[in-house]
Design a protein around this ligand. Structure first.
Ligand SMILES: Cc1cc2nc3c(=O)[nH]c(=O)nc-3n(C[C@H](O)[C@H](O)[C@H](O)COP(=O)(O)OP(=O)(O)OC[C@H]3O[C@@H](n4cnc5c(N)ncnc54)[C@H](O)[C@@H]3O)c2cc1C
Length: 460
């Protein structure tokens, strides 16, 4: 009889496990369980549909049900898992029970719902699934003023999308800076100024105290600074691992709230890593490659990489998932905002007192049309080991963030970065990369007054 692989979750973590295993073997029965209706779509594309850049939510669907049928992968939608019995090796759902030989838990995250009176009113959204994005799109037609609670990356991507749809947008952020979990205050200001120039209003250092409504629908946001009339609210204040049901079955979670796994991504129960139960995606905790402490990653890119590790281990290759530095880029309007490793706040929280350096450059040779200013920041620890980087520009961010990701995860120092060889061609670069300039400043080769962009392109 064929072995049974059951996967809980049909997101960017669950589905690649199914596909990868199936590509390598036909000798296993694969069932994927999801409590949602839609699957195999890109949540990352939602803000771009709302802004109008992508035509329809249909474009976000990556694979059809037929694709999975053809691969002999059975996907059961609207099927909520209510329990896991690891002794009897069976998954219990609101419909049937599914026996397994190998189980993968990929239940993702759920939005954090703050305990604010009125949070249940109609017109308040959280936006973590395609189903909810479709509801938001419907509600947009009757909404002119939209309040966003939380100035993180997703909240701001959505703020820009709503502004593009000619809505009045107010962002309420309880801390003094937006995107504070990944950016330092000086870098955060660049994003804020850009969004203000787009017509978005910010209320920082401001706490939401209550939502008021009429006939069950939100009309007012009450803050410690006053009242705001609103037609719709998007609450985007973070996510939490979606693991309650899993933990009830005895599988252990760590200090971050994510599931504990070994380096091959097997889960732990009663102190023992279960040989046939894996977990991957945003529901697990992983090791941070800078602080070497447990951390969470709410990135789709991390979820897919973990899925590949799990698939390889199911196929018997003993693959290890190494610590992460979470490179990420957000695109807000024309602005690309990248960050990797830790920012100053997180470094200090973890007992690392960083030295930092910032440089500005041009993304193209000075004489080349349409060059953009690029602002880079690097952080190092006391041994000058690179621990973080933040980069903002209208182009050229992703490649630099990815190269910093490699350097940070390999323990490269600012001295080594200052000597790195980079390529040059006028339409897409300047002779000395701003990251090299930042490293040179940090180790004292280049003085602060060697500023860019003018002195940068002095050769070609
Ligand atoms: C608006 C938006 C923009 C984003 N942009 C980016 C980006 O640009 N780059 C990036 O890297 N990441 C981005 N992300 C994050 C990315 O989407 C997530 O990291 C990714 O979806 C996580 O994948 P996952 O499979 O771990 O979890 P999820 O995608 O949350 O999938 C979880 C799955 O588990 C199922 N499930 C949960 N509980 C149960 C249960 N009890 N029974 C049955 N099924 C269950 C769900 O139905 C779902 O199928 C964005 C997210 C959003 C919302």
């Amino acid at each position: 009889m064929k072995k049974k692989l059951v996967i809980i979750g049909a997101g960017p973590a669950g589905l690649p496990v199914a596909s990868q295993v199936r590509k390598e073997t036909k000798d296993i029965e694969i069932t994927v369980l999801s409590d949602r209706n839609y699957f195999s779509y890109s949540p990352c594309g939602i803000p771009f549909v709302v802004s109008g850049m992508i035509k329809s939510f249909d474009n976000l669907i990556m694979r059809t049900p037929k694709h999975y049928e053809d691969m002999a992968i059975s996907i059961k939608t609207n099927t909520r898992v209510t329990g896991i019995d690891t002794e009897k090796q069976v998954v219990i759902t609101n419909k049937d029970n599914y026996p397994y030989d190998i189980l993968v838990i990929a239940t993702g995250v759920k939005p954090f719902v703050p305990n604010i009176p009125g949070i249940d009113l109609e017109g308040i959204y959280f936006m973590y699934s395609l189903e909810e994005a479709i509801e938001v799109e419907r509600a947009l037609k009757n909404s002119n003023t939209i309040t966003i609670v939380g100035g993180g990356a997703i909240g701001l991507e959505m703020a820009y999308a709503f502004k593009k749809r000619n809505k009045d947008v107010i962002v309420i952020e309880r801390s003094p800076h937006i995107m504070g979990s990944i950016l330092d205050p000086d870098m955060s200001l660049i994003v804020e100024e850009y969004l203000i120039s787009m017509g978005i209003t910010f209320l920082k250092d401001t706490q939401v105290i209550e939502f008021e409504g009429e006939k069950g629908k939100v009309t007012t946001v009450i803050t410690n600074e006053g009242k705001i009339k609103t037609d719709m609210v998007l609450v985007s204040v973070g996510v939490r691992p979606n693991v309650e049901m899993v933990v009830e079955s005895g599988i252990e979670r760590g200090v971050t709230g994510g599931l504990i796994t070994d380096s091959c991504l097997r889960v732990r129960k009663n102190g023992i890593f279960l040989p046939n139960v894996f977990a991957c995606g945003n529901c697990i905790e992983v090791i941070d490659g800078v602080t070497f402490r447990p951390t969470l990653s709410a990135l789709g890119s991390t979820a897919v990489r973990q899925a590949l590790t799990v698939a390889e281990n199911i196929l018997g290759t003993n693959t290890v998932y190494t610590p992460i530095v979470s490179p990420g880029v957000s695109i807000i309007g024309e602005l690309e905002i990248g960050a990797v490793g830790v920012n100053s706040k997180r470094a200090i929280q973890n007992g690392i007192f960083p030295r930092e350096s910032m440089a500005k450059g041009l993304t193209r040779a000075r004489y080349f049309p349409k060059g953009e200013i690029i602002t880079v920041k690097i952080l190092v620890d006391k041994n000058f080991r690179l621990i973080g980087s933040q980069i903002i520009s209208k182009e050229g961010v992703k490649g630099r963030i990815d190269s910093m990701s490699f350097m940070i995860s390999r323990g490269v120092t600012a001295h080594q970065l200052s000597l790195i060889e980079t390529s040059y061609v006028p339409p897409i670069s300047s002779v000395i990369d701003p990251l090299t300039i930042a490293a040179r400043k940090l180790i004292g080769i280049t003085r602060d007054k060697f500023t860019l962009p003018d002195s940068m392109d002095n050769t070609t």
